[in-house]
Design a protein around this ligand. Structure first.
Ligand code: GRF
Length: 202
């Protein structure tokens, strides 16, 4: 049976598209994207999903308490029998309830070399700090922001002429590559978590 992926997003959806393409091309084998959920009505990622024939739902989060909202999302993911949840530009912290429902079954991508520069605008943070290298990180998700055990990272050198936008663009290319790779490794059961470390059987 194919493994079923649920993608949560809030915006553009380029990481979702990269995952969808990897699934279609067999780079993530024996898998399908069963559902895309956005907490924002106008997220372009929703249309991108529908254009691919993938079911996409808007579940607006505005005004709802974190756990109340998460129960709605979890119900939708359960209804679609999702095995793995991928956050892809999802601008919300998950409640402990959500995290416990999918133990070690939630991944996130963040455009910095964590634990450096968690949170908003990490590309700008890296530039302003004067870092010489940045990159991106795929990690398991816990209740804390950009904090769970790291599965894969890719390094992107920072150049003197970089702006947050040019750096973000180069990092994004690496994001699209390593997110698919990490999803494949997790779905194939090749990631073992020991404390904070993720040991990958290659
Ligand atoms: C990406 O840079 C991702 O790492 C971060 O938010 C951005 C989302 O971009 N969490 P997209 O919606 O996947 O294009």
């Amino acid at each position: 049976m194919k493994k079923r992926i649920g993608v949560l997003l809030s915006g553009r959806g380029s990481n979702f598209e990269a995952l969808a393409e990897s699934v279609a091309a067999g780079r993530i084998p024996n898998a399908e994207i069963a559902l895309v959920v956005s907490n924002r009505e106008n997220a372009p990622g929703i249309e991108k999903a529908r254009a691919r024939g993938i079911e996409a739902r808007v579940i607006p989060s505005k005004g709802l308490e974190r756990e109340v909202y998460d129960k709605l999302v979890v119900a939708a993911l359960r209804e679609k029998s999702v095995d793995l949840v991928c956050l892809a530009g999802y601008m919300r912290l998950l409640s402990p309830y959500f995290v416990k429902t999918f133990p070690n079954r939630i991944l996130n991508i963040h455009p910095s070399l964590l634990p450096a520069f968690p949170g908003l605008e990490p590309q700008r943070q890296a530039l302003e700090h004067g870092a010489k290298f940045s990159g991106c990180t795929v990690h398991f998700v816990d209740e804390n922001l950009d904090a769970g055990p790291i599965i894969l990272q890719a390094v992107v050198p920072i150049e003197d002429r970089d702006t947050p936008e040019t750096l973000a663009e180069r990092i994004l290319r690496e994001e699209h590559r390593i997110y698919s790779e990490a999803v494949k490794l997790v779905l194939e059961g090749r990631c073992r978590i020991e404390g904070r470390r993720v040991l990958v059987a290659r």
